[in-house]
Ligand binder design. Structure first.
Ligand code: AMP
Length: 209
């Protein structure tokens, strides 16, 4: 199964991708995590990506496309994968179409006001990238790996507003792009993670693969 998760920052793509990974044994590919890891390790890609990621701007297409192309050759993608945060522009979607045939694109719909509130309470683990929300988790360290929690640079309020603008200008056009291919399915991401996942499973169960 080859799935793309679409949705504004804070829509819950990462949480749904982790649940799909567990339920169906697919690889979870997050381009955002790939950039954060490259930045933390100080790689050449990380050095280029840092300024874009911290300002909430998109990293140039050719860099992201190369990263994804290489990642899709890994063994864990043989069973299928979930792309979380890629594609984010029409040229990225066109490049992806040249590499593989997608089974479905799940569009997680959430209002801007909800995502802004969600992101401002978000904490990430420096060790394993696990995300928590201050409304349900008050510790300063990660339950999974013990790593220290922090506020991602791009989760700060001004940057979030910029990311939402970039999303509506650059990424939202992908909704029509995939609608035209008849592979787009909407789910409501404004309630709980569990409720959204029920809808995701229903979409997947109806796919003819
Ligand atoms: P995310 O964790 O998916 O919200 O991604 C964090 C940041 O990584 C984004 O704001 C961009 O700066 C960069 N990024 C992630 N995926 C892409 C992509 N497909 N194209 C360009 N930049 C990306």
């Amino acid at each position: 199964m080859k799935i793309v998760l679409l949705g504004a920052p804070g829509a819950g793509k990462g949480s749904q991708a982790e649940l799909i990974k567990k339920e169906y044994g697919l690889a979870h590919i997050s381009t955002g995590d790939a950039f954060r890891s490259n930045i933390a390790r100080g790689t050449d890609i990380g050095k280029i990506a840092k300024a874009y990621v911290e300002k909430g701007m998109l990293v140039p297409d050719e860099i992201v496309i190369e990263i994804v192309k290489e990642r899709l050759t890994h063994d864990d993608c043989k069973n299928g994968f979930i792309l979380d945060g890629f594609p984010r522009t029409i040229p990225q979607a066109i490049a992806l179409d040249k590499i593989i045939k997608l089974d479905c694109v799940i569009n997680i719909k959430v209002d801007n006001e909800i995502v802004t509130n969600r992101i401002s309470g978000r904490r990430a683990c420096r060790g394993c990238t696990q995300i928590y929300h201050i409304s349900t988790y008050s510790k300063e360290t990660c339950d999974k790996c013990g790593g220290k929690l922090y506020i991602r640079e791009d989760d700060k309020r001004e940057t979030v507003l910029n990311r939402l603008e970039v999303y509506s200008k650059e990424t939202a056009p992908l909704i029509d792009y995939y609608k035209d291919k008849n592979i787009l399915f909407d789910v409501d991401g404004s309630t709980s993670i569990a409720h959204t996942f029920e809808q995701v499973k229903e979409v997947i169960s109806k796919l003819k693969i």
